[in-house]
Ligand binder design. Structure first.
Ligand SMILES: [Zn+2]
Ligand SMILES: [Zn+2]
Length: 201
């Protein structure tokens, strides 16, 4: 499902081979109400074939697979000459960075006026601009939806964390974001303030 070596998710494409797309190719994310455990997300993604398709992603694949923890890939450990799981190494690496006060993803919550750690399941909408992405994020703490302007790497690469980002100075309603075309149109006339993403963990 997720390949940590290429940072891509695999989905079926109706008009070609399997589509391998990064998180930044997701456009809409919605938690399905029926599947309580494990949680399942319906994702609209922009495929390499030029069209948008719907795919399903489990909560674990969405939030933790980008850290490499679900990988079944092995590698030859040159110290022991054994084949070890890459997932174990990547999980250890991620855990030590989190312990050191880094978080794989962060965003700026408008309602609280501060940076917050997040995981990809908090993304509601991802809209590509010319050189950056506008992301609507539902705060895991206060549930308010904020819109941030970030780099593609900020979304696709865990622990990248842009130092400063653009922030729309008002809180959005999640329901209003369903119409992605309206969201994109609104962004063209929106002013972004610059904010630093300093986490206080
Ligand atoms: Zn396709
Ligand atoms: Zn918040």
């Amino acid at each position: 499902m997720y390949d940590p070596l290429t940072s891509t998710y695999s989905f079926a494409c109706p008009s070609g081979p399997v589509a391998k797309v990064p998180l930044s190719a997701f456009r809409l994310l919605e938690r399905l109400p029926a599947a309580a455990h494990p949680a399942l997300y319906r994702v609209l993604f922009e495929c390499r074939c030029g069209r948008e398709h719907v795919g399903l992603v489990s909560h674990d694949d969405l939030d933790w697979a980008p850290l490499g923890t679900a990988s079944t890939v092995t590698f030859k450990n040159l110290l022991t000459s054994r084949d070890d799981f890459l997932a174990t190494e990547l999980a250890d690496l991620a855990a030590s960075r989190i312990r050191a006060g880094e978080w794989p993803w962060s965003f700026y919550c408008c309602l609280e006026g501060r940076a917050r750690p997040m995981t990809p399941s908090a993304f509601a909408v991802i809209a590509p601009g010319e050189s950056s992405l506008a992301v609507a994020v539902q705060c895991p703490v206060c549930r308010a939806v904020s819109v941030n302007l970030v780099s593609r790497e900020h979304v696709d690469l865990p622990f990248w964390n842009d130092r400063s980002i653009g922030v729309v100075a008002h809180v959005f309603q999640r329901d209003a974001l369903r119409a992605i075309e309206e969201f994109r149109a609104e962004l063209h006339s929106t002013h972004f303030d610059e904010r630093r993403l300093d986490l206080e963990l």
